[in-house]
Design a protein around this ligand. Structure first.
Ligand code: GLU
Length: 464
């Protein structure tokens, strides 16, 4: 059997973290078995679906590199097929026309609630052997209802949650086509999973209630049943349902904040799935390890610090040219001046250890691409009369040394010894004079990158 999985988002908003995670699991499962991953856009809710949301989903999948092998299939383009299956079901006696008006169905429910029963369709129009149906009313367009089995249970062995059993008595005769003929949600999903020969449905556990209905429809169609796995939702660190309060919920906000896709993938992979204590792994490794047995039954908690930690890891692993390409547009937006400034790649190499995001990396890199404007108060505090002779000696030495970190460091030590100063007493004024800031990476590395001419020019200018 070839494994065929699908991701079936409703394009009613951005691609959120929970959706991206189920997409990742479905994708990885297909990849693990050399199977097929299908993208299906469930766009039948015309009021809530938008082309922008479709694009946001495609962008999110693309950014994460979760490539589909088939699709995207749009349910709105499959209407003829659904109508065809509705007709077949009517023909086969698995579905029937129901002429109850919405008001009648509501009144029916009211009556049931009043006597303490669970509100459900009472089967008025359900044909049974020997039963006489009411006369067909004039001027009413019927809905089509699925003839759900009256007795027995629906049981499936959920690959995440274990065996789940729902009594058919809990299930209504579901409307599968509205008066205007448009098919309804659970019906479309069942037909699609059948037509697309889906073998494993991995989705959020907000769909558990839909599963017995879909299974009954698939059975009525004589379709093979896929395996189902319902993944618990993602909660915020406070145990509440994940929302904007907990950080960005839309996947595409993460590249905007400077996250790398491999960090996001690694993070999402561990959100509700584990392989021993492994925290950091590539997608190749994940595909090799991924199985449905190690999906967690309990909700995962979103932890932005861990995501940032992983992002830092992948930033450190990335080559400088790739990071430079990501940082450069951000620097340009900040008005960075590249003329006469150090090349970006060595700057990145110096700064990437400490950056949790590309945006942080860019902010740090601005150090090298703007004119320093040392704050006069800080100047007064750090460039004291006691320090000036040391600075003067350092400037003098700068002309004669080789321009590299080691030589700069040795030269500074010589100055410190001669003037009986401690490192910060020289390093702080140098930072301030050359960069305008007190916080920079190691001063010898910073000076090396700026280059002799810039360092001397700035020291002379800012010392006044
Ligand atoms: N369209 C559904 C959603 O976005 C998913 C349906 C499914 O996976 O079966 O929640």
């Amino acid at each position: 059997m070839t494994v065929r999985t699908r991701f079936a988002p409703s394009p009613t908003g951005y691609l959120h973290l929970g959706g991206a995670r189920t997409a990742l699991f479905s994708w990885a499962y297909a990849r693990h078995f050399g199977g097929t991953f299908i993208l299906r856009i469930e766009d039948t809710d015309l009021e809530r679906s938008t082309p922008e949301a479709v694009q946001a989903i495609l962008d999110g999948m693309n950014w994460l590199g979760l490539q589909h092998d088939e699709g995207p299939f749009y349910q709105m383009k499959r209407m003829d097929r659904y109508r065809e299956v509705v007709a077949q079901m009517l023909e086969a006696g698995n579905a029937y026309l129901c002429y109850c008006t919405p008001e009648e169905v509501e009144a029916m429910r009211e009556r049931q609630r009043a006597i303490g029963e669970k509100p459900r369709y009472d089967g008025t129009w359900r044909p049974e052997p020997g039963k006489t149906l009411p006369p067909v009313p004039e001027g009413i367009r019927p809905v089509v209802r699925f003839k759900n089995p009256l007795d027995g249970d629906v049981t499936w062995n959920d690959v995440v949650k274990g065996t789940i059993t729902i009594s058919n008595r809990e299930l209504d005769d579901l409307v599968i086509a509205r008066p205007d003929g448009t098919p309804t949600y659970n019906f479309c999903v069942a037909v699609d999973d059948w037509d697309m020969r889906i073998t494993h449905v991995i989705r959020g556990d907000d769909h558990v209630n839909n599963t017995p209905r879909q299974i009954n429809i698939l059975r009525a169609l004589g379709a093979p049943l896929p395996e189902y796995g319902h993944v618990p939702m993602i909660l915020g660190a406070d145990g509440e349902k994940l929302s904007k309060r907990h950080g960005a919920v839309s996947v595409m906000e993460y590249p905007a904040q400077g996250f790398l896709p491999e960090a996001m993938l690694n993070y999402l992979a561990r959100l509700g799935w584990s392989h021993g204590d492994e925290e950091i792994f590539s997608m190749e490794q994940f595909i090799q390890w991924f199985d449905l047995d190690h999906l967690s039954k309990s909700p995962a908690q979103f932890n932005p610090e861990k995501l940032a930690w992983l992002n830092n890891h992948y930033i450190r692993q990335s080559d400088d040219a790739r990071l430079a390409a990501l940082v450069r547009p951000l620097l340009e937006k900040e008005g960075a001046q590249f003329d006469g400034a150090p090349a970006l790649e060595p700057v990145i190499a110096l700064l990437k250890e400490r950056a949790n995001t590309i945006n942080e990396l860019s902010e740090a890199a601005m150090l090298f691409y703007r004119q320093p404007r040392p704050d006069p108060a800080l100047m007064a505090q750090h460039v004291t009369e006691a320090v000036r002779p040391a600075l003067a000696q350092f400037i003098g030495q700068c002309r004669g040394i080789e321009w590299n970190k080691a030589a700069l460091s040795a030269s500074m030590k010589e100055v410190l010894a001669a003037h009986k100063l401690k490192m910060p007493q020289l390093a702080m004024p140098l930072r301030l004079l050359v960069t305008g800031q007190l916080q920079t990476p190691s001063i010898d590395a910073v000076l090396e990158l700026f280059g002799r001419e810039t360092v001397l020019a700035r020291l002379e200018k800012n010392l006044g």
